[in-house]
Design a protein around this ligand. Sequence first.
Ligand code: ADP
Ligand code: MG
Length: 340
Amino acid sequence: MAIQILPPQLANQIAAGEVVERPASVVKELVENSLDAGASRVDIDIDKGGSKLIRIRDNGAGIPRDELTLALARHATSKVQTLDDLEGILSFGFRGEALASISSVSRLTLTSRTADQSEAWQAHAEGSEVALKLMPAAHPVGTSIEVSDLFFNTPARRRFLKSDKTEFTHIDEWLKRIALVRSDVHFTLSHNDKIVRQFRPATTDSQYLQRLAQVAGRGFADSAVKVDCQHDGMHLGGYLQSPSLGESVDCNYFYVNGRLVRDRLVNHAVRQAFAQFASVEQPGYVLMFSLDPHQVDVNVHPAKHEVRFHQARYVHDFILQVLQSALSQIQALPIQSALQ
Ligand code: ADP
Ligand code: MG
C-alpha cells in the first residue's frame, strides 16, 4: 500500500482506542472537562452501565456558540497554545482529543451556554459526522454532554464491555477518587435513574472526613492521621491510615497537582514511613502533593496516569520526612498514656 494520510474518522477512532477504553474513561474525560471549566457542581447520570447513556451536566463556564463544533474537532483545545503552556500545565486536559475520540465511537450531543449568551446551543455528532447546524436549546450556564450507544460503530470494542454492574463499578470507583481531591465540588452519580452517590461540598476538615468515610470507610476516616506540610514550594496534605487501625484499608490515592497518579516513588516513601509498624502491610492513604508545575512532566502517558518529577530524589525525601513526622506525633501518644 502507498503511504496515505488517514481519513479523520479513522484517525479519531484509532485515537479513541487509547483514550476511550470503557464507559468509565468517558466519564473521566468529561468530568475532567467540567472541572477544567471551573464547575462547582457536576451531575452524572448513567444508564445500563454507561453503554446506553452517559450524561454529564455541569455549571462551569460553558462553550461559546461559535466554538461548539470546534470543541468536537481533534487537537482542538482552549488549554494550551505553546510548548511553554504545556510545561506549566495545571488543567486536566491539554491534548484536545477527548471529545473528538468519544464522538467518533458514539452518538454525542453537546449543549452549552456561556454567561454572556441569552440562550444555549446544541451540537450533535454521530461517529465523527458532526452536524454542522447548531440548534438553540434550553440550558442554564454550563455544559451538558450526552453520550449514547458507546461503541455502536465499533462492534469489536462493544463486545469487550463487561456487565452493566461491572462497568458502573468502574465509574463509581473513578468518581470516588476525584471526589477526594475535589472536595470543593458537589458531585452526584445516578444509575438507571437512581441516585447512588451524593458528595456535598466539603470545606472543613470534618466535612472532608465525612467524604473520606463515604469513600474509604468509617474505620479509616475516624482514626486517620492528618498530614499537612509545606516546604520550598512543595505542599503535602491529606490523611494516612492510623497504624493502630487493625483492618487493611483499600485506599491508596496519590495526587500530584490535583491529578491522580501511580507513582513508585511515593509507594516506596509510604512503605518506608510505615516500616516500623509491622502490623500494617499496605497502609491506606490519600495524599495530595502540589509543586510548581514546571517541576513535573505530566505528558508521559496518553491516559496521564504517570508523572515524572524533575528532582525525584528531593521529592521522595520531602514526602518521606513529612510522613515520618506525622506518624511520630501519633506514635508519641500511646507512650504517654503508658506512663500515666
Ligand atoms: P482538552 O480537554 O484536552 O482541551 P477535549 O476534547 O476534552 O480536549 O475538549 C476540547 C475543548 O472543549 C476544551 O479545550 C474546552 O475548551 C471545551 N470543553 C469541553 N468540555 C467542556 C465543558 N464541560 N465546559 C466548558 N468547555 C468544555
Ligand atoms: Mg478534556
